[in-house]
Ligand binder design. Structure first.
Ligand SMILES: Cc1cc2nc3c(=O)[nH]c(=O)nc-3n(C[C@H](O)[C@H](O)[C@H](O)COP(=O)(O)OP(=O)(O)OC[C@H]3O[C@@H](n4cnc5c(N)ncnc54)[C@H](O)[C@@H]3O)c2cc1C
Length: 505
């Protein structure tokens, strides 16, 4: 289940080079997972290229998968079966493969899977997945709502395999642009879109569709001062990189020094993983705050993520909404699950038994620190200059390490680039921001786009739709809302169209 290792050596590839982001496509092997494969190769475009699709979804992560499932569950009451295609840049289904760490758990109840909150009778529920895998009883014996991340990815892959078999998914297809595809001769309004993707051989492929959903997730952010340096990588590449580092460490037999930058769940998981994985290494976690803080998933707070909260959040005055979002950010950003905090604290404490000097400790948290500069040191090491956050003219210190992992978050603006060719259709003079309606459709200038066509955005609407927008919490319901918005009200009434079955085949 772990992501496969990269094939060439870390130095050959300058593996942690530039922005520190590996091309993920190249690292994942082409293991057949039940997708559109011909002679061992994934068929990049499963259906004929000159038909106009009813829906094309860009990205095939959980958000698009939830739409696929909702559409499947409502299809029996739609007047005709829509032509749908999902284009995904990875060579196969994978969910945050770079953070599939041993022992990592989900941060959401399995009951908030991609179907249950919309229709518990859907065959795409997590429970039906467990049943079909012959693990339902054993899972019950675990007495947990929080499956491992590895198992949840397998559940998602199991759901995805259904649509792969139906020929609705094109892997290895990175969508680069959406342009106007067709206009009505009588009204001049846009009636369809032309979507262009680069396949994994570098060739460009175009498809036309009436409705387009952009669900491309976040883009990893590496702090500017660390971009371009070797041996600096974003947390999203951790699992892929670490096996290569392990290999090198075994050969060189030299104890390694690591720095992890960030104070959220990913930073804490990587800090813990490095500490356990390399028994002779030194690991430093650099955090801006005074301490690591726990995430709050207590029941009242958890209601923030309920699907029925979105209406109220969207209707709020924008200033009030921004204030409320800022207040609630601590539930999701820069926080760590309490169990991991307690585990780390105990391990840090045990070091004190051996020595009272932090210099002797294998692992330590450097708090109230920020990275002021980063330069390449010899042997591709990284020299970090750290400053005190609280004291402006405080002392600076140097920390030389072999590798840096930055768990510094994601930017959710990739849609602006993908949709840049249709910006002239936006209203007003400022054509930089894509305004979004409650149903996630892009607001176009009056009279420019036909009612039978449109573009929808997923996962980049936290500012208007609330904190749950980037998460899994509301995907089952939101998938249904998208189907309703795109395919009309007949789909709306059908939240119970599915029938129980033991597998999604
Ligand atoms: C390590 C980690 C753990 C998490 N755990 C949880 C959790 O437990 N609970 C929770 O609620 N949330 C969690 N999240 C939040 C996460 O955002 C959601 O779990 C979920 O991945 C959102 O789904 P998505 O489809 O919007 O985005 P993504 O999962 O990012 O999927 C987007 C897809 O689009 C593809 N893509 C991107 N650009 C293009 C392009 N140009 N052309 C074609 N394809 C493209 C990507 O390859 C990707 O497959 C976690 C996030 C991380 C990083």
């Amino acid at each position: 289940m772990a992501p496969s290792a990269i094939s060439s050596s870390i130095d050959e590839q300058d593996s942690f080079h530039s922005t520190g982001i590996f091309p993920l496509n190249e690292q994942l092997n082409n293991t057949h997972l039940g997708g559109n494969m011909t002679n061992g190769h994934i068929n990049p475009l499963p259906s004929s290229s000159n038909e106009t699709l009813d829906l094309l979804c860009i990205g095939f992560g959980p958000a698009s998968l939830a739409i696929a499932i909702a559409l499947h569950d409502t299809q029996s009451i739609l007047s005709k079966s829509p032509k749908v295609l999902f284009l995904e840049k990875q060579p196969q289904f994978a969910w945050h493969a770079g953070m599939q760490l041993p022992g990592a758990k989900m941060q959401i109840s399995f009951l908030k899977d991609l179907a249950t909150p919309r229709d518990p009778r859907s065959k795409f529920t997590f429970i039906n997945y467990l049943f079909s895998q012959g693990r339902l009883n054993q899972f019950i014996n675990l007495s947990t709502f929080l499956p491992s991340r590895v198992e949840y990815e397998d559940y998602l892959r199991w759901c995805a395999s259904h649509f792969e078999r139906e020929g609705k998914v094109g892997y290895g297809m990175e969508v680069c642009s959406v342009k106007i595809g067709s206009t009505s001769p009588s009204t001049g309004k846009v009636t369809g879109w032309e979507v262009t993707a680069r396949d994994n051989t570098g060739d460009f492929v175009t498809r036309t569709a009436r409705h387009v959903v952009v669900a491309v997730g976040g883009r990893p952010v590496v702090p500017t001062i660390m971009q371009g340096l070797k041996h600096v990588a974003h947390s999203s590449q951790f699992a892929n990189a670490i096996s290569k580092i392990e290999e090198q460490a075994r050969e060189s037999k030299r104890p390694l020094r690591f720095a992890v930058v960030g104070s959220g769940q990913s930073a804490a998981e990587i800090f813990n993983d490095l500490w356990e994985r390399f028994p002779d290494s030194k690991v430093r976690l650099i955090i801006k705050g005074a301490s690591l803080r726990p995430s709050d998933d207590s029941p009242f707070v958890n209601e923030i993520f309920d699907p029925d909260r979105v209406d109220g959040i969207y209707a709020q005055d924008p200033d009030q909404r921004a204030l409320a979002l800022a207040l609630d950010r601590g539930t999701n950003y820069g926080v760590v699950r309490l169990t991991l905090l307690e585990h780390l604290y105990e391990k840090l404490y045990m070091q004190r038994l051996r020595s009272s000097s932090p210099m002797d400790w294998r692992a330590n948290i450097l708090n109230n620190r920020q990275v002021l500069s980063a330069t390449q040191s010899k042997d591709s090491g990284v020299l970090l200059k750290l400053g005190e956050v609280l004291e402006k003219d405080g002392a600076e210190e140097e920390l030389e390490v072999d590798y840096v992992f930055t768990a510094t978050g994601y930017k959710r603006n990739a849609h602006e680039e993908i949709l840049s060719d249709i910006k002239d259709l936006l209203p007003g003079r400022e054509k930089e921001k894509f305004g979004i309606k409650r149903d996630y459709s892009v607001v176009f200038d009056h009279g420019k786009v036909d009612e039978a066509a449109g573009v929808w955005l997923q996962g980049c609407n936290e500012g208007t739709h609330g904190l749950s927008d980037t998460l899994l919490s509301i995907l089952a319901i939101r998938g249904g809302e998208l189907v309703q918005s795109i395919f009309g009200s007949d789909a709306a009434s059908s939240t119970s169209a599915s029938t129980a079955a033991s597998s999604p085949a």
